[in-house]
Design a protein around this ligand. Structure first.
Ligand SMILES: O=C(O)CC1=CCC(=O)O1
Length: 270
């Protein structure tokens, strides 16, 4: 099974490995991407972990419902998917808007969350002017019209110049994102501010950021790490906004080391 009707929306997902007897890790992806961005990370975690990856509404093979969306809509979809799969107490790894969804999930359903892996994200990303401007530009001329600027924030110059086939493929992913799903999620980001919730996070949390992230730069992610009690902070060299694509080995190792640390803390707490 890889499709489920959640809150009236068909959600595309993968469950890799049985959840019984091993840690579950859930991947939530960013604006203008689908869950294929996690492939090279997932490959390095399969077997050791049960893995859930999914396309949020308006993205990938999930339904495109009418915009605007709210972060609560996205959180409701993830919550519904995890309930359907019988997953609780999972490591939730969210990238960018996926990280905002992860924070929202913790605020609404802490029982689902064992620990948070917040990549290239913040409690609040951008402001109303930024998101309204982006929505307007896309409604006027389509995602492709602003794709160069977005891709410059996603990837380091080195990646853009050297990994030309990969770069072309991810450009396809971005520009083929359904416009309604993209602007619907821009509205969700415009209206979301989880700053007050961040201080209340009491599960182990690591905040990870590509050192050359042009969308949620290290300063922003570092500030989030300071807000969340006892959060760890790990910058990743030679990566932009999507370390899962530019540095999947480093990211997978960072996640595994974090999981080991969480287990160690749980054991010493008895
Ligand atoms: O498109 C960008 O600038 C990157 C981004 C911001 C929020 C998100 O999910 O991706």
């Amino acid at each position: 099974m890889q499709f489920a009707r959640i809150n009236g929306v068909t959600i595309h997902f993968q469950l890799i490995g049985a959840p019984e007897g091993r840690p579950v890790i859930v991947f939530s992806n960013s604006l203008g991407t689908d869950f294929r961005i996690w492939r090279d990370v997932i490959m390095r975690m399969a077997g050791e972990f049960a893995i859930v990856a999914y396309d949020k509404r308006g993205h990938g093979l999930s339904d495109v419902v009418q915009s605007p969306y709210s972060i609560d809509d996205h959180v409701g979809d993830l919550k519904g998917l995890l309930d359907l799969l019988g997953v609780t107490n999972a490591f939730i790894c969210g990238l960018s808007v996926g990280g905002v969804i992860a924070q929202g999930l913790y605020a609404r359903r802490p029982d689902l969350v064992r620990a948070l892996i917040l990549c290239d994200t913040a409690p609040k990303i951008g402001n109303a002017d930024l998101w309204n401007g982006r929505i307007e530009a896309i409604e006027k001329a389509g995602i492709a019209s602003i794709s160069d600027a977005i891709l410059e924030r996603w990837f380091t110059r080195k990646f853009r110049e050297e990994q030309t086939d990969e770069f072309a493929g991810y450009r396809n992913m971005l520009v083929r994102t359904p416009q309604e799903g993209y602007v619907g999620t821009c509205a969700a980001l415009r209206d979301a501010d989880l700053t007050a919730e961040a201080e209340k996070i009491s599960v182990p949390t690591i905040c990870i950021v590509g050192e050359e992230d042009g969308s949620t730069p290290p300063d922003l992610v570092g500030a989030m790490a300071k807000l969340i009690p006892d959060a760890m902070y790990q910058p990743i060299p030679n990566a932009g906004h999507l370390p899962c694509i530019e540095q999947p080995i480093v990211l997978a190792e960072a996640i595994k080391a974090f999981v080991d640390e969480v287990k160690r803390r749980e054991e010493s707490a008895g």
